[in-house]
Each structure stands twice: as C-alpha cells, then as structure tokens.
Design a protein around this ligand. Structure first.
Ligand code: 8OZ
Length: 380
C-alpha cells in the first residue's frame, strides 16, 4: 500500500513525500513585483513538503490582479525568484512556480497605463480585488482580439522559460478559480463567437495552446496544470456541462503527458460537495498511458483523508494550502499526528514577517518551549 510519506516521481521531479504545498497568495512582493529575501525564508521554512507550488505569479504586467503579487516577466524578478529556489533547494526541497494571468479579475490601477484588463469577454466579473487602496470592485474588461492570441500564448511560454532560468523544478499553469484560462473554458463567462468561443473544443483552445507551447519550451516532465471544474470563485458561474467540458479538456491534454494535474475538488477553500462531479473520470483520461504523471488532489483534506486517498490510489499526492501557513513543518506534524496551529487571518495578505515567517516549527518534547505552536488547534 502506498503511504503519504513515501517518495514519488512527478514527471522529472523526484519528491521526498506525497504532500504538496498548494499555491498561496500572500501579497508580499516588493514595489517592483519582485520576490524578497523574506519570501525566500518563508519558502525555505516549508522545504520539507514533497513539492512546493509557489504562489500565483503573473506572466506579464497585464496578468496582475492584486496588489503585491509577484511577477516572472523581467530580469529583476527572475533574480528575486532565484534566491527563493536556491534557499528551498539548499534545504532539500522541490519547488515549481504557478504561472498566472488573472484576466478580468483585475483593476485598472494595477494595469499598464491604467488600461482595461483583458478577458474572453467584455462582461465584468462581479467580485472584488485587492488594490493599493484595499478591496475594490473589479474593472470592466476588454475582450481579447483574435490577433492578440498568439502573443498571449508566447507570453506564457516565455514565463515558463523564465521560471526555469530562475531555478524552479517546473511550473504549474493556473487554469482555475475564475482567472483568464477559466474565463475561456466556461460557457458561463466566454461569450465569444470566434474560434475561441462557442463549442467545447473552441473554449479549450487557448488553455491547450498554452500547455502545448509551455511543453514545447521546457518539456512535459516539468509542466503541470491546476484546474477547478466546479468552483464558483471569482464569479465563475457553473458551466452548463462541466463534466463534458473537463472530460474533453483532459483528453486533449493527455498526449502532452504532463508531469501532473492538480485538481481543486469543489469550491476553492469551501464546500467539497458544491456540485456533483466525477473527478475519477478525469483521472482515467489523464492516466491513459502516462505512467510518470501524478494526480494531485486538493481542498479541505484532513490527514485521514489524505492517507486514504494515497493508500487507495485515488490520488498520487495531496496538496494542503492553509495548513501550511501556520505549520511550516506540516509534513512532520502529519507524520507524527501532532496538532496543527491556526493562522492569523489578519496577516494573510500583505505585510511583513508577522504571520508569515514567524510561525514556529514544533520543538522536540524535551526542549524548552515544547508547546510553541501547539496552543491553537485548527480544523483543517
Ligand atoms: C486569494 C487571494 C488572491 C488570489 C487563487 C491566486 O484563488 C488566487 C488568490 C487567492 O487562485
């Protein structure tokens, strides 16, 4: 029986265990959207995860939707990320970068020359984003023109190349949570009448082109994707046929032999049973002949659920998000069935070391301060 703490090969990446750190937006990049030394410390503290999936990182200035999120589109940012990957690798960890374009989930104040954000549609997302002034309604987007699509695909591939130059072990493409690629996938958002809208095959076109371009640039063994077939996040209405759409999408991705697919089951950070969906049907379509590909599951997993998912073969790896915030040594805590510390919600987004790098690892029972971090238990 496979154990949660057994090593695993994820495409070209050798991971020490089957616990991934899910990508977590923490808004602590500097004014140039560059990763800081503090971010290197934060990720290195969590290097015992089998795989760290670093926070969502915009592939271009246009791809930004929140204040303080990092980019991977210029030399300074690549250098900043290099510090992060070096620190994680020095502590024996593996780290991939999540490549992000928010599409319409943005605000003009975050866009180059205060232009409108771009999307599949000109309809606004009915949700808030976080700007220099705090929470604000998203701005009305502009629908991308057909002639702009090739450059967008190339921008993703360049970002993937930059991530490899920065020392990452690979990339995860953010195709979830109502951001740009989902704005193309779902018929609840995509109202185009050209070859990127309408039928399922048209709506999957952009994400498939993006994945193909990235695999062409850095190789399949270092390329994964995150999807969230039924999440309502960021005003993503349910697709009229989510199962059919994602069955088709994963079938189209299968020949690429991606290193991993990372699935958010249910509502991101919320109810796992928000809508009926057969995730196993996706896995079967992905697995088809792809021996080295890992199936990573996420969303509200307890230790018990994770152990069972890996033992039964329902998943190859389990990603934990919020539990990693206040438990840098989450793997050890899960291994020894130790209690988990709760994070401080007020320090989640933005700020400095407080609520970021100051959560302690559990001390050995004999050491002074043995109960540090044990006082507040959380229900993960
Ligand atoms: C929380 C706050 C801002 C962005 C996602 C990248 O939901 C995010 C995100 C999460 O995927």
């Amino acid at each position: 029986m496979t154990d949660l703490f057994d090593p695993i090969r994820i495409g070209d990446i050798a991971a020490a265990n089957r616990i991934a750190m899910a990508p977590l937006t923490r808004n602590r990049a500097d004014a140039n959207r560059t990763p800081t030394a503090l971010m290197a410390t934060y990720y290195a503290q969590r290097a015992s995860a089998g795989l760290i999936i670093a926070e969502a990182t915009q592939i271009s200035h246009e791809g930004q939707g929140y204040f303080g999120t990092p980019g991977i589109y210029n030399e300074q940012q690549i250098d900043g990320w290099r510090r992060v990957t070096a620190a994680v690798h020095a502590d024996g960890g593996k780290i991939v970068l999540q490549l992000w374009h928010v599409g319409r989930v943005s605000h003009v104040s975050l866009q180059p020359n205060e232009h409108s954000p771009v999307s599949s549609t000109a309809r606004r997302a009915n949700c808030k984003t976080f700007t220099a002034k705090g929470f604000e309604d998203t701005s009305a987007p502009r629908a991308l023109r057909l002639d702009e699509m090739p450059r967008l695909v190339t921008t993703y591939a360049h970002a993937a190349r930059n991530a490899i130059d920065a020392g990452f072990d690979g990339v995860e493409v953010h195709c979830a949570n109502g951001y740009l690629l989902e704005q193309f996938l779902r018929d609840s958002i995509n109202d185009r009448t050209d070859s990127y809208g309408g039928s399922q095959a048209h709506r999957t076109r952009l994400p498939v082109e993006v994945m193909t371009a990235i695999v062409g640039e850095i190789g399949s063994g270092r390329t994964g994707i995150r999807v969230s077939p039924v999440t309502p996040a960021n005003d993503a209405g349910q697709d009229s046929d989510a199962q059919g759409l994602f069955n088709t999408f994963i079938e189209q991705l299968a020949p690429l032999r991606l290193a991993f697919i990372h699935v958010i089951e249910g509502a991101t950070g919320g109810a796992r049973d928000i809508a009926p969906f057969d995730y196993g049907a996706l896995r079967g379509r992905y697995r088809n002949g792809n021996e080295r590909g890992a199936w990573i599951v996420n969303n509200g997993y307890t230790r018990e659920m994770a152990v069972e998912a890996v033992a039964t073969g329902a998943a190859d790896m389990v990603a934990f998000g919020r539990p990693f915030i206040a438990n840098p040594d989450l793997v050890e805590r899960l291994r020894h069935e130790e209690p988990l510390a709760a994070f401080k919600p007020e320090t989640l987004y933005g700020g400095g070391a407080e609520g970021y790098t100051d959560y302690p690892a559990l001390q050995p029972a004999s050491a002074e301060g043995a109960n540090a971090g044990r006082t507040a238990l959380m229900d993960y």
